[in-house]
Structure formats: structure tokens, C-alpha cells
Ligand binder design. Structure first.
Ligand code: PMP
Length: 359
């Protein structure tokens, strides 16, 4: 969709990346790091300075005490997910993925010789626990969850965590991969697996500085997991990337000391409200947007064509690119929904809104 957006000079609300400038403080931290002597390999697990800041962050946000050894700095969440799956999942295992799902989950499962089992979320994009329970067997090695959720923007309820705790208690071989890359972009209370003592010792929790600080191009994130799992994950990490960009790590370590991470949700909430307020008067029907920087909208009142065709036409004829939701579903289910990314300047959003409100 991004290539098509470029070809037709459309406003790109498709791919999930911000188009505004990064915080000058972070830019300055990067310059300072580049001017320092941080140009050689960082330690495999990541710079101690950065991991110390993550220890503090997790303690502040979630009241959980972790140690430096529980953290691995990765080349973005994508590498964290790939590495985790390669390390923990083997031929003959099954991995549960909840659809609609982000596209980097399934391929590493297939590459490791295991079987991805893709299960639809409920109509409201919350987990269907009856279905999940019915699909877990002794072969199931990993359950992959994503909260706040891309593409739907939903956030789990307490009842979901309780259901998950029951499931994990009933299946001692099962591990949990919790993709929390949008943990700081939550407009309702986001509970992290860090806060669930019954789950966190069997979980790999993944975050992305790309999402948190509008630096998707830096490709840097981290995972947190218990030591016995970390040993296995590091065996893969060592030969996949060995260690992550030293300058980016140093810059983030000093930036994390200076900022209030909780301001991020206020920043995005303003964008969400700005985008929604005008789109509400259009013929699109809006879904709730509780977290992440995506807004789902139904175009059922506009057209009954397949969502992929609609998105191509929207790009070519109306000059706005969005993502059709069916591409996130293994079964191709098409509910006439599109995903807009509102991590854009207000000027870009306004231009897109002017076009969308005319349809
Ligand atoms: N998980 C989800 C749910 C995402 O939306 C993304 C990025 N679009 C990632 C993981 C990958 O993050 P990163 O850019 O840090 O690799």
C-alpha cells in the first residue's frame, strides 16, 4: 500500500510509522552518543546503561523488580519475536496466533518447523477463550498475544487476563509471548504481563523503542524474560545479530533518564481525538480506539466491494492509503474494515480528513 500511495501521490495512512520529527532532546542525545566513544560492539545483552534504565522503567510503570540479566536489547520487536520463536519452538510444536494478527508472527513459526494455528478473535477483537482453550494440546508450545492490539486498537479487560491465567495454569508446557510494543500508547488502562505474577515467569514480554519514541527506523527494542528462557534466546541472538547498534543504545539510555514516558499517551490521544472528531461526520463508521495508533473504520455504508479493492480505489481515486483488514486474517475474513494510522502531523491528518469526508 505504501508503494501504491507513492505511485499515486496519496496520503499514506497505511503503514504504521510516524511522519513527525523526533523529540529534539532525543536527537541531541543521539548526537552526544555519536560524539562519544561508543562505536564498538556493545555487550551481547545490550549496554548496561540502557538495561539499567529499563529496570527503572519497569519498576516505575508496573511495580515489578527485574534485573539486568532479565533484559535483552534487540534490533526492534521484529527481531525479538523472531529470536524468541526460533529459540523456543521446535519441529512438531504448535503455536497459537490470534487473528487479525501482525504479519511477523507466522513466518518464524513455519521456519522453525512448527505449525502456526491461527484463531480468530471475537467480533469485538477480544480473545475467544472458549476457542483458544479448545485448541490447546500437549503440542502447544507458545501462545502469542498482542495488547494493545494492532490492527484493531483494542485493550484487554481484566476478564481476559483471568482467562489467560486459567489457561496457563492448566497447561504447564505452554509459554507466553506478549507483544506489548504499544504499551505506552494506551488511552484506557493497559495492564502489562509484567503486572501478572501468575504469568510473567512463563512469559517473554516484548517492547519497541521504535513505537515509543517515533524512531521506527532505528530498529531497537527489548525483551524481558526469566533466566532459564533467556539462556535459550541468547543462543539464537548471538548468531543472528550478536549485539545491537551501540550509538542508539547510549542515546536511549540518556534520554530515558530525562523524560516522562507517560506524556506519550497524551500526545497520541490528542491525535486520535482530532482524527476521530472529523471522521465521525463522514460515511465511515468508527470502531473504538483504546490503544496503539490505529483507527479501524467500516466502509460498509460506502461500498460492498472487497476490502483490498476498496483500499486500492481509495488510494488511486481519493488519494488516501489505508490497510484492508482481511490481510491480517489467515482465513481472509473481510468485514469491510480498513485501518488508518493516525501517527501523522495534524496537517497530514487534515489533508486526509478533507478527502475522506468527501467520499
Ligand atoms: N509488533 C507489532 C504489533 C507491531 O505493530 C510492530 C510494528 N509495526 C512490531 C511488532 C515490530 O516492531 P519493530 O519495528 O520494533 O520491529
Amino acid at each position: 500500500m505504501s508503494a501504491l500511495a507513492q505511485e499515486y501521490n496519496a496520503i499514506n495512512l497505511a503503514q504504521g510509522f510516524p511522519n513527525f520529527h523526533i523529540d529534539v532532546q532525543l536527537q541531541n542525545a543521539l548526537v552526544a552518543a555519536a560524539n562519544s566513544n561508543a562505536h564498538q560492539y556493545a555487550p551481547m545483552a545490550g549496554l548496561a546503561e540502557l538495561r539499567e534504565e529499563i529496570v527503572r522503567l519497569v519498576a516505575r510503570q508496573y511495580h515489578r523488580n527485574i534485573t539486568l540479566n532479565d533484559i535483552l536489547i534487540t534490533a526492534g520487536a521484529t527481531q525479538a519475536i523472531f529470536t524468541t520463536i526460533q529459540a523456543l519452538v521446535h519441529s512438531g510444536d504448535e503455536v497459537l496466533i490470534l487473528d487479525p494478527s501482525y504479519d511477523c508472527y507466522e513466518s518464524p513459526v513455519i521456519l522453525s518447523g512448527a505449525k502456526p494455528i491461527r484463531l480468530p478473535l471475537k467480533f469485538d477483537f477480544k480473545p475467544n477463550w472458549d476457542l483458544i482453550n479448545s485448541k490447546v494440546s500437549t503440542k502447544t508450545r507458545l501462545l502469542l498475544i498482542n495488547n494493545p492490539h494492532n490492527p484493531s486498537g483494542t485493550i484487554w479487560d481484566e476478564a481476559d487476563f483471568i482467562a489467560l491465567e486459567k489457561l496457563m495454569a492448566a497447561h504447564p508446557q505452554l509459554l507466553l509471548l506478549s507483544d506489548e510494543v504499544y504499551e505506552f500508547i494506551a488511552f484506557e488502562e493497559h495492564q502489562s504481563i509484567h503486572q501478572r505474577s501468575a504469568l510473567r515467569d512463563r512469559a517473554i514480554i516484548i517492547s519497541s523503542f521504535g513505537k515509543t519514541f517515533h524512531i521506527t527506523g532505528w530498529k531497537i527494542g527489548y525483551l524481558v524474560c526469566p533466566p532459564e528462557i533467556m539462556v535459550e534466546i541468547q543462543k539464537v541472538h548471538q548468531f543472528l545479530v550478536f549485539s545491537v547498534n551501540s550509538i542508539a543504545q547510549l542515546a536511549l539510555a540518556s534520554y530515558l533518564k530525562e523524560i516522562d514516558i507517560n506524556k506519550l499517551k497524551i500526545f497520541y490521544q490528542e491525535k486520535r481525538d482530532f482524527f476521530r472528531a472529523q471522521l465521525e461526520s463522514s460515511r465511515f463508521e468508527l470502531y473504538p480506539a483504546q490503544g496503539s495508533y490505529f483507527q479501524l473504520a467500516s466502509y460498509a455504508h460506502i461500498s460492498d466491494e472487497p476490502d483490498t479493492d476498496f483500499c486500492i480505489r481509495l488510494t488511486k481515486e481519493n488519494g488516501v492509503a489505508a490497510i484492508p483488514l482481511s490481510v491480517f486474517n489467515a482465513n481472509g475474513e473481510d468485514r469491510k474494515l480498513v485501518r488508518f494510522c493516525y501517527a501523522k502531523t495534524n496537517e497530514t491528518l487534515q489533508l486526509a480528513l478533507d478527502r475522506l469526508c468527501k467520499i
